[in-house]
Design a protein around this ligand. Structure first.
Ligand SMILES: [Fe+2]
Length: 322
């Protein structure tokens, strides 16, 4: 959203300054430099600049304007289209994991929604989740974004998701920043919707255990001891880099997110950057083996401070657990 406001502001600004410069040229006043006019077009204001050139009949005979500004405009349109496609093209990744369950369990994992909507009222996201006929939906943190906080999208998501299958939820680092009375009201509402809040809790489901770790507890975890080995353990946690902790607790399958796929995936090189500013982290998506434990790392669905995904499509993860 910030990027949209930036582009709207810059294009309006460019449109106006081309008009102002035309007025100054007519009235023989101090002019805006051509370098500045081109620079603002280069940084995303080219459509406004082009409109300004045409409406105010300004700089239309100078090749460095009548060639550069339309070329920059076409590039801007291509970049915006690619960015929109990369940010909103929903994908489904499916994994099969054997942990010794008596019956197959279909888990849909939703991670890092960050207040994003896919279709009006997240209709497209819901449709794709429902298609999977899940036995449970697990939400592994950052459903809200702390930089543009809105509880309404998250609540709407939980309300709709809980009509499809039981929903389990743990917090991510963004919810940690929001903790306080408003967040507690949010949790109360989730409780009313029947969402199972699994921060630092576990539930014995008979043939397996489902456990969760609050993001705030990751550095000093004491909520529960390692599980006895008699039952398979499915663990929900936000951050993948604590794989040693998850494995030491006896998790057979850990479902994580947080990395957003590295935001930009470069073929042959991987995800560009982790939220900890590690360039090309060793893992950025997919399923991984850590001393017998399977760790799923979702690319997630939304964005936070860095609003762009490139070649890093939003992901619904489906895990068929046996
Ligand atoms: Fe996130």
């Amino acid at each position: 959203m910030l990027l949209v406001f930036y582009l709207i502001f810059l294009n309006l600004f460019d449109f106006i300054i081309y008009g102002v410069d035309k007025y100054k040229a007519k009235n023989d006043k101090w002019r805006i430099s051509e370098g500045f006019l081109l620079l603002t077009a280069f940084f995303g204001g080219s459509l406004g600049a082009w409109a300004g050139m045409l409406i105010w009949h300004h700089k239309t005979r100078k090749p460095k304007f009548y060639i550069t500004v339309p070329v920059l405009s076409v590039l801007l349109i291509i970049c915006c289209a690619l960015c929109l496609y990369s940010n909103y093209h929903l994908t489904v990744s499916e994994y099969n994991v054997e942990i010794g369950l008596p019956e197959e369990l279909t888990i849909v994992q939703i991670s890092d929604l960050h207040n994003q909507s896919f279709g009006i009222g997240n209709s497209e996201l819901m449709r794709r989740i429902e298609e999977q006929s899940p036995d449970m939906i697990v939400v592994t943190g950052d459903v809200i974004d702390s930089t543009h906080t809105s509880y309404s999208i998250a609540l709407d998501f939980f309300e709709k998701a809980s009509t499809i299958a039981p929903v389990y939820y743990i917090t991510g680092n963004h919810e940690v920043r929001l903790m306080g009375s408003r967040f507690n009201e949010f949790l109360t509402r989730l409780d009313e919707l029947g969402v199972i809040y699994l921060d630092d809790r576990y539930i014995d489901c008979g043939s397996y255990i489902i456990a969760g770790i609050a993001d705030i507890s990751l550095d000093d975890f004491h909520a529960y001891e390692a599980f006895d080995d008699s039952k398979p353990v499915i663990l929900l946690a936000h951050e993948p880099q604590y794989d040693g902790l998850y494995s030491s607790l006896g998790a057979d399958l850990a479902l994580t997110g947080h990395y957003h796929g590295g935001q930009i995936i470069i073929p042959g090189k991987g995800g560009m950057m982790s939220p900890e500013f590690e360039f090309f982290p060793s893992i950025y998506e997919g399923i991984h083996d850590f001393s017998g434990m399977k760790l799923v790392l979702s690319r997630g669905l939304g964005n936070s401070v860095f609003p762009v995904r490139i070649n890093d499509y939003p992901e619904i993860v489906v895990v068929k657990v046996h």
